[in-house]
Design a protein around this ligand. Structure first.
Ligand code: PEP
Length: 252
C-alpha cells in the first residue's frame, strides 16, 4: 500500500444479492462506520437498488458503483443499462469485466474495452477486473493472460487529463471459493500489473491507478493483504454483504 501516492480503496460488490430495503439498511449501517475508515469505501448494489442507495450515501464518504454498464448512451438494447443512466442515478464508479460476466455472460476483452471507453466518456471511474483461472495458473499462463486482458482492455482508450482508472486483480479460482491467493502470489501479480500500467499509460495517470486485490477477502486476511507494497485496496464480494463484517475489513 502506498497511501502517499494513492488513497486506498475498499470496494464491496453486492452481486445479485439484496432487495431495495435490504440494500438501503446495509448502506445506512455502512455510512455510520465509513467516516472513520482509513480508506475510501465504495459499494456496488444491484441496479434495482442504485437510486435508493444513492439517496443514503450522497454527501457521505461512501461512493456508489454499478456492477456493469452498456457502452451506448441509449437505444433498443433490452435489459441493458447505459452510462448516462448510471451518472444520472449518482454512480461514481463502475465494475467492468468481472470474471462472472466473462464466465457466464459472454464478456470479452473487446466488450470490456468498449465499456471502459464509455465509462470514461461519462466520467465514471472504471474498475477493470482481470484474473486467471486455476487451469491457466497451473499451466504457467498467469502473466500472459493478465497482460492480454490489460492490453486489450485498454487498447486505444482515450484517457483525458482528468481520467481515473482502477484495476482489480481477481484470480478466478479465489472468487467466492474461500481460497485466497498467498500474499507472495498477490504481490508478484500486483508488481507485474504496476509494470504493465507504467509501460502503457502516461504519467501522472499511471501513478494514480489503484490496483485492488479481490478473492475471498475477509476480516481475518484483510490486514496482511492491504499491507503488501503494491496493493492499493480490495474488491470484496461475500464479506461485503454484512455491514458488520465489511466494517472490520475497511478498518483492517
Ligand atoms: C468478487 O466478487 O469480486 C469477489 C472477490 O468475491 P468474494 O470476495 O466473495 O471472493
Amino acid at each position: 500500500m502506498n497511501p502517499a501516492l494513492r488513497k486506498p480503496l475498499i470496494a464491496g460488490n453486492w452481486k445479485m444479492y439484496k432487495t431495495v430495503s435490504e440494500a438501503v439498511n446495509t448502506a445506512r449501517e455502512l455510512v455510520a462506520c465509513a467516516a472513520s475508515a482509513p480508506v475510501e469505501v465504495m459499494i456496488a448494489p444491484p441496479f434495482t437498488a442504485l437510486a435508493s442507495v444513492a439517496a443514503v450515501v450522497r454527501g457521505t464518504p461512501v461512493a456508489l458503483a454499478a456492477q456493469n454498464l452498456h457502452w451506448k448512451n441509449e437505444g433498443a438494447y433490452t435489459g441493458e443499462i447505459s452510462p448516462v443512466m448510471l451518472t444520472d442515478v449518482g454512480c461514481q464508479y463502475v465494475i467492468i469485466g468481472h470474471s462472472e460476466r466473462r464466465q457466464f455472460f459472454g464478456e470479452t476483452d473487446d466488450t470490456v474495452n468498449a465499456r471502459i471507453q464509455a465509462a470514461l466518456t461519462h466520467k465514471l471511474i472504471p474498475i477493470l477486473c482481470v484474473g486467471e483461472t486455476e487451469a491457466q495458473r497451473e499451466s504457467h499462463e498467469t502473466f500472459s493472460v493478465l497482460d492480454k486482458q490489460m492490453v486489450k482492455g485498454l487498447e486505444g482508450v482515450p484517457f483525458a487529463a482528468d481520467s481515473h482508472l482502477v484495476v482489480a486483480y481477481e484470480p478466478v479460482w479465489a472468487i467466492g471459493t474461500g481460497k485466497t491467493a498467498t500474499t507472495d502470489q498477490i504481490q508478484e501479480v500486483h508488481a507485474f500489473l504496476r509494470g504493465v500500467i507504467d509501460k502503457r499509460l502516461d504519467n501522472p495517470l499511471a501513478k494514480s491507478v489503484r490496483i485492488l486485490y479481490g478473492g475471498s477477502v475477509k476480516p481475518e486476511n484483510a490486514s496482511e493483504i492491504m499491507n503488501m507494497p503494491d496493493v492499493d485496496g480490495a474488491l470484496v464480494g461475500g464479506a461485503s454483504l454484512s455491514a458488520a463484517t465489511f466494517d472490520r475489513i475497511i478498518h483492517f
